[in-house]
Design a binder for this molecule. Structure first.
Ligand SMILES: NC(=O)c1ccc[n+]([C@@H]2O[C@H](COP(=O)([O-])OP(=O)(O)OC[C@H]3O[C@@H](n4cnc5c(N)ncnc54)[C@H](OP(=O)(O)O)[C@@H]3O)[C@@H](O)[C@H]2O)c1
Length: 307
């Protein structure tokens, strides 16, 4: 296949491109800074990767590069793990909503249209709760900022179906892999001061990065898939259990509660994702027969945490 990928240089995207490349596909990486992207995917190791420079929030010549691709994967978005100044909030929203609109516009204009768009969203769609369970069919409980972003992001992607193109939307949970949010959470544990974060009662709906990438790849090729799928593991845990497991895996005591301000310093306003959570279950994902390499959190953490 020839696959177009936005947000390819990031935490999820770089692993996804690696897997596509290993499987023998050709990849068009759409990147804001092509030189930087070439460093992430050096020609010597990524012969089948072509880099296309683009301006995600503006129509332009780059859009013609979509024609001839068999599938498109959309991961681009301004990181949420910084202080949310008004400007950054606007960029968190625009990078996803306008960025997706322009990508869909490109698909609409393409002479040779792709068959499928696999587009990211997030479990922030559902709002937060200590008691509710959320499935793909659940309505959001709140309309906080992240829920609004996810709603508008998904709506922007939906338009692609008007061109007769299959749309798979993946509501991503907290992705566990080397780097990412967990790397920052490990810092207090490494300093022997790890423990429950926040009340400990909040839900942590996680997914191992390898499983998430497999789900995106399945979305690309499985013609029976369309609509929304939760990109989370089938066994979410409460934060207290996550921290206990982390302590066990790292051979560190896990008893000293980590004050909210430490996490806020590490994760910025994005800390809301780990200080308040939601219990998300991947019911539709499992109904596709998707098989998880890491359904449970302890083996997932053991794979990631190398001392
Ligand atoms: N990681 C998680 O736990 C998690 C959880 C839920 C949802 N998600 C979503 O999944 C997607 C991928 O996550 P990730 O962890 O791989 O993110 P990431 O490491 O921050 O990478 C995102 C990529 O998006 C592009 N990007 C960054 N800022 C942008 C902007 N202002 N406008 C347009 N593009 C921009 C960058 O690619 P270029 O510089 O090459 O253009 C970057 O490599 C994101 O949209 C994220 O919101 C992630």
């Amino acid at each position: 296949m020839k696959v177009a990928v936005t947000g390819a240089t990031g935490f999820v995207g770089s692993r996804l491109v690696q897997r596509l490349h290993d499987a023998g596909h050709r990849i068009k990486v759409f990147a804001r800074n092509p030189e930087r992207a070439r460093k992430v995917f050096p020609e010597s190791a990524f012969k089948q990767v072509e880099i296309v420079g683009y301006t995600p929030q503006q129509s332009g010549d780059w859009q013609s590069e979509i024609s001839g691709c068999d599938g498109v994967i959309n991961l681009a978005g301004e990181p949420i793990s910084e202080r949310w100044t008004p400007e950054r909030k606007q960029e968190i929203m625009n990078s996803r909503v306008i960025g997706t609109e322009k990508l869909v516009e490109a698909i609409g204009k393409a002479a040779e249209k792709p068959k499928v768009l696999v587009s990211a969203s997030a479990i922030g769609f559902y709002g937060t709760s200590e008691t509710a369970e959320f499935y793909e069919t659940s309505e959001p409980l709140q309309q906080d900022f992240l829920a609004q972003v996810c709603h508008s992001w998904e709506k922007a992607a939906d338009k692609v179906t008007s061109y007769g193109i299959r749309l798979v939307t993946i509501r991503i949970g907290i992705v566990l892999g080397m780097g990412g949010a967990i790397a920052k959470m490990l810092t207090p544990f490494r300093l022997y001061a790890g423990g429950p974060i926040g009340s400990g009662q909040q839900w942590f709906s996680w997914v191992h990065r390898d499983d998430l990438v497999s789900l995106f790849l399945q979305g690309l090729t499985d013609e029976n898939m369309s609509g929304v799928y939760n990109g989370t593991a089938p066994h979410p845990v409460r934060m207290a259990e996550l921290c206990d497991t982390l302590g066990k895996v790292m051979n560190r005591p896990s008893w000293l509660p980590v004050p909210d301000f430490v996490i806020e310093t590490l994760l910025g306003d994005g800390a809301v994702v780990v200080l308040e959570g939601q219990k998300v279950l991947p019911e539709r994902t499992q109904s596709t027969g998707f098989s998880y390499a890491y359904p449970k959190v302890e083996p997932a953490l053991r794979e990631i945490v190398v001392e």
